[in-house]
Design a protein around this ligand. Structure first.
Ligand code: SAM
Length: 268
């Protein structure tokens, strides 16, 4: 298979990745045949998966607007994905051009494309790092150069922590990040769950097991527990369309069909 010019040379194009499958669900073009095949397997079981991805994306945009309105000007977006419409830096810098954003992803395509679109933007960058190693992220020279950890930071982990298994201790990861930011900082998080559709979730997890990023779905109680140390902003952990919707239409009749829970918490 020919390697497109946006694909870094060391990439395995035969192994599906969560970043590129998600790009496919969102109608993007940064994905390979293996990603599309795996994504189509998921779509066969969960036909709403593209709608879920869109709903997750609109949650992310509303959360960033909320954070900007709450006075936050620094964003550490871990598991940021392949850039698409309405990226964090676009929303935050539209509100205040001085807003600073660091994108972090484990996927080389996500990082390469992010760096390409951020060329010339002195207030935003993207680094390749593994979110399971928060100390590496917190000590990274580009992170230290751009973010001031004496000032509030919004930690974003949107549709990311379900790629961290229980063995890799997602709560410990959040704890390390919580410890590094001052009060007035926030955590914005969304997470896949099979609370509403247990059977489909098990099949979806089985498909992701063969990708670079196996999934661990969690219950609402488990997702809520990940906010330990942060005070949940009302309405708490809800289906993503229910979190600060711009209109009742945005919620729809069956928000649980997204299979994605989200919330925002503040470090007091
Ligand atoms: N946050 C974006 C959003 O919500 O639109 C992208 C979400 S996408 C479903 C999940 C992203 O998490 C992918 O880009 C994937 O590469 C990234 N990811 C998965 N495991 C990761 C890890 N251990 N460290 C950093 N990024 C990771």
């Amino acid at each position: 298979m020919d390697r497109p010019d946006w694909a870094p040379e060391d990439i395995d194009m035969e192994r599906p990745s969560a970043a590129r499958m998600y790009d496919y669900y969102l109608g993007g073009s940064h994905n390979f045949a293996a990603d599309r095949a795996a994504a189509q397997q998921v779509q066969a079981v969960i036909p709403d998966v593209s709608v879920s991805a869109q709903a997750n994306r609109t949650f992310l945009r509303r959360a960033v607007r909320f954070l900007v309105d709450s006075g936050v000007r620094q964003f550490l977006d871990i598991g940021s994905g392949i850039p698409t419409l309405g990226n964090v830096h676009e929303i935050a810098q539209q509100a205040d051009p001085a807003s600073r954003v660091v994108y972090v992803d484990i996927d080389p395509v996500a990082v390469a494309h992010s760096r390409r679109i951020l060329a010339g933007n002195d207030h935003a960058t993207a680094i390749r790092a593994d979110g399971r190693q928060p100390d590496t992220i917190l000590g990274h020279p580009e992170v230290r150069a751009l973010l001031d950890f004496e000032q509030p930071v919004a930690i974003m982990m949107v549709a990311m922590l379900h790629f961290v298994s229980d063995d890799d201790d997602p709560a410990g990861m959040v704890r390390a990040l919580h410890g590094a930011v001052p009060s007035g900082s926030y955590l914005a998080l969304s997470h896949g769950t099979d609370d509403a559709r247990p059977g489909d979730g098990a099949i979806g997890m089985a498909i992701y097991r063969n990708t670079a990023n196996p999934i661990t779905l969690r219950t609402r109680a488990q997702v809520t527990a990940l906010f330990d140390g942060f005070e949940l902003v009302p309405p708490g952990v809800v289906w993503v369309p229910q979190w600060h919707p711009d209109s009742p239409d945005e919620v729809g009749e069956n928000p649980e069909r997204t299979g994605v829970l989200g919330g925002v918490g503040r470090k007091e």
